[in-house]
Write a protein that binds this ligand. Structure first.
Ligand code: PLP
Length: 365
């Protein structure tokens, strides 16, 4: 196995710092070892700080970001429940699919790709349908937009619903304030702005969401993701549920340690500064953003493939000749957009300069 060393500037995974890789290689201990249980407690504390929440039910689900998504829906939705979902890209669409598989009656509030869901449209749907659960993607990785939440949590709570938020791409790269925003349930992934390999999904549930789980009429349809059992391993009883991915949790512990050594404010400022630097560099090459002005994400830059340029061939040259990975477009943006990630450890001046120089050589601009 001769693994290439890449510069990961796509939609994730992002570059993993050596300290995190070294943590993965430490001796495996038992998943009920007192040493390991102590580490799990620290991970929970760190995740609470990162999500800006006091939620007791905060833990890392064994699985990627989609397992986090599925965890929220299988635990909080019962067949026949109404669920309202904002859909303006791939991941809102995936949430709708997951909710439907749980037997929910799904209502989607759509917006064109590259645009946000207007808060007034979403609130109107909440008032009309009075859902048990409403869900939005905070950072839509397929289009590079940041979804504003103005007034949405209040509207959802007024009709007795819960608000769920996908924070897979935003967590660790920009403010995510679960308690202040009134979000009841959120999930993320480790491989984006946390710069940890893919494999775990941080999840947090408010007291109201836990009450919903406890009040279910029927069992959670997924045995593996049933938080009413998983919580007994992460919490008080420490009862065996499934064998925790011990070394992945070492890696997450280390990655979170790095996040707090840098400090959240400094980390968010770095992502923003690198985004602005990249934006200026791309503008110099005549490359423009496809995400709505004023709503772009710092860590995911969705830009148009310039007229006359071969999308796949350009990305291939970046990879083969410069070792740089960027992402292609998904769905409506397939073949039309590039997705340039500036996530966690990869959001550096060196990477921005390297990418802009490489694109300039390839495009001859
Ligand atoms: N949600 C968003 C916004 C994402 O960007 C992704 C992955 O890119 C997911 C969910 C799914 O995560 P995963 O691919 O880790 O399962």
């Amino acid at each position: 196995m001769t693994t290439p060393q890449r510069v990961l500037m796509g939609p994730g995974p992002s570059d993993v710092p050596p300290r995190v890789l070294e943590a993965l290689a430490r001796p495996t201990v038992g998943h009920l070892d007192p040493y390991f249980l102590g580490l799990m407690d620290e991970i929970r504390d760190r995740l609470r700080r990162l999500f800006a929440t006091k939620n007791e039910m905060t833990l890392a689900v064994s699985g990627t970001g989609s397992a986090g998504m599925e965890t929220l829906f299988v635990n909080l939705v019962e067949p026949g429940d109404k669920v309202v979902i904002g859909r303006c890209g791939v991941f809102g669409g995936r949430m709708a699919d997951v909710a439907e598989r749980c037997g929910a009656e799904v209502v989607c509030v759509d917006a064109p790709w590259g645009q946000i869901i207007p808060a007034q449209d979403f609130i109107a749907a909440i008032k009309e349908h009075r859902p048990r659960l409403a869900a939005l993607v905070h950072a839509e990785t397929s289009t590079g937009i940041c979804q504003p939440l103005d007034g949405i949590a209040d509207a959802v709570h007024e009709v007795g619903g819960l608000l769920a938020l996908d924070c897979v791409t935003s967590l660790g790269g920009m403010p995510v304030e679960i308690d202040r925003w009134g979000v009841d349930a959120a999930y993320s992934g480790t491989q984006k702005c946390l710069s940890c390999p893919p494999g775990l999904a941080p999840v947090t549930l408010s007291a109201a969401a836990v009450a919903r789980l406890d009040g279910r009429a029927r069992k959670v349809q997924s045995w593996y993701l049933d938080l009413s059992m998983v919580r007994n391993y992460w919490g008080g009883e420490r009862a065996y549920h499934h064998t925790a991915p011990v070394n992945m949790l070492y890696a997450l512990h280390e990655a979170l340690g790095i996040v707090f050594e840098e400090g959240l404010e400094a980390r968010f400022a770095r992502h923003q500064a690198m985004h602005e630097r990249l934006r200026d560099g791309l503008a110099g090459l005549g490359i423009e953003y496809v995400s709505a002005p004023g709503h772009g994400l710092p860590m995911l830059n969705a830009v148009g493939v310039p007229e006359g340029v071969d999308d796949a061939a350009t990305r291939r040259r970046l990879l083969d000749d410069y070792g740089i990975e960027i992402g292609g477009g998904l769905g409506d943006f397939r073949g039309k957009a590039w997705r340039i990630g500036l996530m966690g450890h990869a959001a550096t001046r060196r990477n921005v300069t390297l990418l802009v120089a490489a694109l300039s050589e390839i495009l001859g601009r």
